[in-house]
Write a new protein. Sequence first.
Length: 52
Amino acid sequence: MPDLASKRLSFLDRWLTLWIFLAMGIGVLAGALVPGVASFWDSLSWGQRTSR
């Protein structure tokens, strides 16, 4: 039964956990290696209150 369910999943769905961890790792590396990338991503957000 597990073989039938895994055959119905697409390649991306079958490896979704791996893609998520890779994206998180790329984000952490970008934040550590590229100065200013965090402020760039922060500049793309809106609708949040600033702390006083």
